[in-house]
Design a protein around this ligand. Sequence first.
Ligand code: SF4
Length: 378
Amino acid sequence: MKMNGDIRPILDRALAGERLTADDCATLLAADDFLSIGVAADQVRKRLHPDGIVTYIIDRNINYTNVCNVVCTFCAFYRRPGAKDTYVLSLEEVCHKIDETIAAGGTGILMQGGLHPDFGIEWYEELLRELHARYPQLQLHCFSPPEIHNIHLISKLSYEEILARLKEAGLYSLPGGGAEILDDEVRRRISTKCTTEQWLGVMRAAHRVGLRSTATMMFGIGDRLEHRVRHLQRIRHLQDETGGFTAFIPWTFQRENTALGRRLKEEPTGVDYLKMLAVSRLFLDNIENIQVSWLTQGLRLGQVALRFGANDMGSVMIEENVISAAGAHFRADEATLRRLIENAGFVPQQRDILYRHVHRRPGEPALRDETPATTVAG
Ligand code: SF4
């Protein structure tokens, strides 16, 4: 058992602004004293965000298709091509969802889908062009690395060519999904989608063409502590190279209705989550924002996580299909999120996808035809 004495020097070095090593990271993750780690992470969060503000975004997760030509044993969302209950949303259906998002005060959409075997670059370009023409101020945060890799396989273009073309068509930024655990020893066991190097390669290309992105981690999928350490190392290393990640968002595997969930005996606890979040804050010294995943952890633990290094409450999710298919059914409106943030001792503040503050009157949309998308502060 690792007690407080073992980790104090590591926490002191982190508080002094020193970069932690992989061994430090492993020691912290193995330690029992998660409260001391949380207190240190809270202090680092305060140093990086001294204004006492906790941000949130209003957006909508639109899953344009559930057709997917790879298999992930942790996924309850996908359907094989040709299965009876597959779908591809029409442009009108997507626009209807966007109209509702804007009416609710939203500033963007997070659009992701399965890996469709027939969709080449042109399909994505056309969709983005249409949406960008209809909603020029809406931030299109779309297509995680596995989707970009799938376009690469279908259209035989490099990641940079694909991302430059999608940016030209209206893509605003890239979501960091599909990372799970960035270690092929783990990935190979649970999925046939892109490898660690390919995921990182897509992100490197995105940052090179001037797109920002988030980075994520889903743990509790049969990974061991050393895999989690390597994941954090790889994210930090790429961030040193490009500086393109806006935020890091860890969450735990949601097991319901999944093949992997039926096989695994144990799942991460609330303490595992809080410790992972706090260690991320201490280890990822080059990433500004750490986001809570209340969607998977629940609103109450999500609120507590704000004292374990997180400075962002994530999204007022108007719609979510992938994680909810695997058993997470938490919901919150804007008023609830604001109240939770205030009750934890912070000032709630709406943001856009690049973490710039958005100022709008309650009940009114942030996006209007005649005015700029957001009033940007800070
Ligand atoms: S997680 Fe994504 S890539 Fe994997 S099966 Fe589900 S939809 Fe397909």
